[in-house]
Design a protein around this ligand. Structure first.
Ligand code: ADP
Length: 608
């Protein structure tokens, strides 16, 4: 699979993160900066205080002077501790929480906004998977870039301040301390590099684990799991992948551990040597006891600043890689026209004519074409039926007409304009559709029909559409009528609709939209024969003043349409009215004969 992930520089990722935080809440960043200063000042005052005490004692100052210096130092320490306590909470918790919320909202927005075709593309799914992994919790490095940056800055400040103190005693000690730090850095960054390079493999395993886990949540799959006793198989699949993941994560952990060991060993050597030298200077009388105490503490803490710089730098790099993953998802380009488009048809151009010319379509990564060289015209207001066996390409064709996919070759014109020239979102307003997979919102029935909040819902129109779709009586019998909540999984007092009722609701939703081009993909597949014949009977009323496309694999269900396109083997095999196609005596007639035999109820409907 082609890796379409763009790369982002460390600087641009830091700026992106800071901009996001600044936009969301400016004070968080200000407190973060203050925390960086506090992180250095507080420990420095702590190691300075013993030196001041010793200096005062050895200099033999007055008790009042002693009390002022020591009391002042202690008071400063108290104030700094309080401020640090506050800024620490902001820097440690608020930053990650806020960024996680922002990132979820950005990714949700992107998911709902991107081209449907791009959303379905396996290549985008891989990019999305990486972005999800990078943003899954408040603690994700990408969400904590300001905190990491803050820690890095405080470590650099600490390094400079303590380094200056040590350098005053002897610059060689400083050189020794820095040299060993560089070796630690190299060892740690090689471990991090390995971790980065192997992320793709681990991410793929995570994706499979998540898929299995998600499948057990779906009520549809829950039935299969029970009936086909799939539980042991799914569990063993899960543990197989989980152990593979564990083994790979183990390798990363081992490399990290070795790097930490090298770092720890070096700290031991460099501090040991520096302390020995300092003791030598004290015994020789080259430094005062106060300076000895100050530098002794500074050397001990210096290692912390150095490893802090190393740790926070690598953490920042890791965060930057993950931020890059998130941004790569947010930046996935759309293929359709999102800018200025040709104005939408109006007046005489509605309902629109459709003209499909030599259209072929192959799904991303597929070996064969789902549609081959399709050409046909639909007159304004014409009722077209697209029929044919499963997998012939019917749904793909209407998704192309809906602008959800773009054909690789050929063109589709609606109201005389190539649909790619319209602005994508404007074009979609022309279409009312019922697709096979129906998803309900966790709101009431009216909201599910209008797809809008209560204040923007026309309740009278909701009622009319429910009546036309054949669901009115059932809704009236419900406790809160149109205001009855749906989706039991979320609302305890919600009503659960049957498959057929959901289909009727989806039909009402398409009618409510009142778009000039209506597309119904197998809208009666889950209906009982009486409800189905009701839809056939009312079809003219349902599609009045609209151009309509009705898809079905049941040939008998389309005689109420003006014309039939019979799709077979990914192309249009025959076209004409039902009578014409029957007279032709081709594949349609042959399949109609077969189906009429099996779907007796259909045959009866046809005979009426
Ligand atoms: P129909 O609606 O006639 O049953 P479809 O349009 O759904 O047929 O499918 C046409 C062909 O495209 C089938 O061979 C199907 O396997 C393939 N196909 C459908 N959806 C996808 C997809 N998202 N990715 C890859 N292939 C697909």
């Amino acid at each position: 699979m082609k890796d379409r992930t763009p790369t982002y520089s460390l600087g641009s990722n830091i700026m992106f993160s800071l901009r996001t935080h600044w936009k969301a809440k400016k004070s968080t960043l200000i407190f973060c900066a203050l925390d960086a200063v506090m992180s250095v000042l507080l420990p420095f005052v702590r190691i300075l205080l013993p030196k001041l005490v010793i200096d005062e004692l050895t200099a033999g100052t007055t008790p009042a002077h002693f009390a002022t210096v020591v009391g002042g130092g202690a008071a400063l320490l108290l104030v700094l501790s309080c401020v640090k306590g506050y800024t620490d909470v902001i820097a440690t918790h608020s930053v990650g929480t806020m960024a996680a919320i922002e990132s979820v909202s950005q990714m949700m927005g992107k998911r709902m906004d991107m081209d449907y075709e791009v959303l379905e593309d396996p290549a985008s799914k891989a990019v999305e998977e990486k972005a999800l992994r990078a943003s899954e919790s408040n603690h994700s490095p990408a969400h904590n870039i300001p905190r990491t940056l803050n820690r890095l800055i405080s470590n650099i400040l600490g390094f400079s301040l303590y380094g200056s103190v040590i350098a005053i005693i002897h610059p060689v000690i400083l050189v020794l301390l820095i040299l060993s730090a560089v070796i630690s850095w190299l060892s740690l960054s090689s471990a991090r590099k390995y971790e980065r390079e192997t992320r793709g493999e681990r991410s793929a395993l995570h994706k499979r684990l998540r898929y299995i886990q998600e499948s057990t949540k779906s009520p549809e799959r829950a039935k299969d799991v029970r009936i086909y006793s799939m539980s042991p198989w799914m569990k063993s699949l899960f543990s197989e992948i989980a152990s593979e993941l564990e083994a790979r994560s183990g390798k990363v952990a081992t490399r990290n551990m070795v790097a930490q060991l090298v770092d720890g060993g070096l700290i031991l050597i460099r501090d040991g040597a520096a302390y020995a030298y300092l003791t030598y200077l004290l015994l020789r009388g080259s430094i005062s006891l106060g300076d000895f105490v100050l530098v002794f503490s500074a050397i001990g803490a210096f290692a912390g600043w150095v490893s802090g710089i190393i740790l926070q730098s690598s953490e920042l790099m890791r965060a930057s890689t993950e931020m890059g993953d998130i941004r790569a998802y947010l930046d996935i380009p759309d293929k359709s026209n999102r800018g200025q488009g040709v104005p939408l048809p109006s007046g005489d151009a509605l309902p629109p004519a459709i003209s499909v010319r030599n259209v072929s379509y192959r799904y991303p990564g597929a070996d064969t074409e789902a549609l081959k060289d399709i050409t046909f015209d639909v007159r304004p207001g014409e009722r077209i039926a697209i029929v044919g066996p499963n997998g012939a390409g019917k749904t793909t064709l209407v998704k192309l007409i809906s602008g959800l996919y773009r054909p690789q070759t050929g063109s589709i014109k609606v109201a005389g304009v190539n649909i790619q020239e319209y602005n994508r979102d404007e074009y979609l307003t022309l279409i009312g559709a019922v697709f096979q997979d129906i998803h309900l919102l966790t709101t009431d029935i009216a909201g599910n029909v209008s797809q809008a909040p209560p204040e923007a819902t026309d309740y009278q129109r909701v009622e009319e559409c429910l009546r036309l779709a054949g669901l009115h009586e059932r809704v009236q019998a419900m406790p809160d009528k149109e205001k009855t909540l749906l989706v039991r999984q979320i609302n305890d007092n919600a009503v659960e609709l049957s498959g057929g009722e959901k289909q009727k609701l989806a039909l009402a939703r398409a009618l409510y939209k009142d778009a000039p081009l209506i597309i119904l993909d197998e809208p009666t597949a889950a209906l009982d024969p009486i409800a189905e014949s009701e839809v056939y009977r009312k079809y003219a009323e349902l599609t009045k003043g609209k151009t309509s496309i009705y898809i079905s694999h049941r040939l008998a269900s389309t005689r109420f349409c003006d014309r039939i396109l019979f799709l077979d083997n990914h192309t249009i095999a025959e076209t004409g009215t039902h009578d014409e196609l029957m007279r032709l005596g081709g594949k349609y007639a042959q399949m109609f004969g077969l189906q009429a035999h099996y779907y007796r109820s259909d045959a009866e409907v046809e005979l009426r």
